[in-house]
Design a protein around this ligand. Structure first.
Ligand code: CTP
Length: 217
């Protein structure tokens, strides 16, 4: 199968030397890309600036901003069977990007932020020929928020993780996730390495996407 995996953070520039970003390391997405290659799939990895080397055997497409990620995803899904949207996309960006480095100030000031585009929600909803896996980064009410995102973003399944814990989730080598589906019962993968979680996810995604894509064709 042809996988498109997104990973890592986005960077939203403020001026030539500053940006808004988040703590995502890219580890979960990279582990999924690696596990998908190991399982014999063809993988395009669209990555923000991650702190780790790209796994071998994947085609890497580098992006910086949420707008670049938006365009790269829309191009890549024309030709894929599975999209795994693991990237930690910035939800907002500066309303304007200063062309010159902003000088130091001695008094407080406000930066105007505007929402970025929701990439998953922007994908076609009808007659889609690819299976969509979303991620949900939650600090509270994990199940309710993840289920809401599953529907609002029209995903086929969503992988929820608690990012408020310091021993798993963002930056860590470990994670604990619960997968929510549209029809099947949720499945929890207890705390373990991101590499093991990735292998398990690829197995589940392969099985579910085959079923779903056969039903659609
Ligand atoms: N996502 C996206 N486009 C955005 C923001 C997020 O496609 N502009 C995707 C993420 O890659 C992930 C899913 O949406 O697969 C959920 O991301 P998450 O950060 O959990 O939720 P948000 O939609 O950003 O909502 P909130 O931050 O309020 O929880």
């Amino acid at each position: 199968m042809r996988f498109v995996v997104t990973a890592g953070p986005t960077r939203e520039p403020i001026d030539p030397v500053r940006f808004l970003s988040n703590r995502s390391s890219g580890k979960m997405g990279y582990a999924i890309a690696e596990a998908a290659v190991a399982a014999g799939h063809d993988v395009n990895l669209i990555s923000g600036p991650a702190s780790i080397p790209a796994p071998s055997g994947v085609k890497i497409i580098s992006i910086m901003t949420s707008d670049e990620l938006h365009d790269a995803v829309h191009r890549a899904v024309r030709d894929c069977d599975v999209l795994v949207m693991c990237a930690a996309v910035s939800d907002f960006k500066p309303a304007t990007v200063e062309r010159r480095k902003m000088p130091k100030r001695k008094t407080p000031f406000a930066l105007e932020l505007i929402p970025t585009r929701d990439i998953l929600a922007s994908l076609p909803r009808e007659n889609r020929k690819f299976f969509v896996v979303g991620f949900a980064a939650e600090t509270h009410e994990l199940e309710a928020s993840a289920r809401e995102k599953l529907l609002a973003k029209n995903c086929d399944m969503i992988v929820a993780n608690d990012v408020s814990r310091s021993d798993s989730g963002m930056e860590s080598d470990e994670n604990e996730v619960t997968i929510f589906f549209r029809e099947a019962a949720p499945k929890k993968i207890s705390r373990t390495s991101k590499k093991i979680i990735a292998r398990e996810l690829v197995k589940i995604i392969s099985k579910m996407s085959e079923k779903c894509l056969t039903k659609k064709s």
